[in-house]
Design a protein around this ligand. Sequence first.
Ligand code: ZN
Length: 176
Amino acid sequence: MAVGKKEISCPPSAEGTGLSDADISQKNVTYFEDHPNLAYSWTAGQAMSRFLNELKNGKLIATKCEKCRRVIFPPRIYCELCYKPIDDWVYIKDTGVVQTFSISFIDPDAKPLEKPVIVAVITIDGASPNMGIMHIIDEVEPEKVYIGMRVKAVWRPESERKGTITDIKYWKPLEG
Ligand SMILES: [Zn+2]
C-alpha cells in the first residue's frame, strides 16, 4: 500500500524570532529593569544568638542535654535524640581535633590561589564526639595536616570581633 507523504509546516506565529545581542543591548525588546531593595535581617535564634555573642568574648559555648549527657556544639535549644528542650549551657575549650580536611588550590571563582587554603572539620574539646565545625587551618604546610591533628583557635583581637564565626581567624597546630 502506498503511503502518501504530507508536508507539515508551522504557522508563522509558531516559528519564533531569534534575538540578536543588539536587540537586547539596544532594548528593542520588551524590557523591564528594577533594583529592589532586598536588605533584610532575621534572628539567628536563641542558641545561635548566644553562641555568636560569646564569640565576641573569645569563648565557645555549647548546650548540654541531661538525659543523653551529650554536649552539643554548635549549641541547639533542643536535643534531636531525646526530643526535649536543652537543660544547660557549658563553655568548652577553643582547642580541638581535625576530623577531616580538604586543601583548596583555587578560589570560589576557580582562580588559582598563591597560597592554598586548608578547610577542616574540627571537633572541639569538651563537645561530644562528632560535633564539629568547619573552619580554616593555617600556620602549617598543607602536606603536614593530618586527621587527628590537635589544633587551637587563633582569635581576632577583641576590638575586631563582630559576633561571627570569623572572629576566629583560623586554627593552628597545637604542637609547636
Ligand atoms: Zn538528649
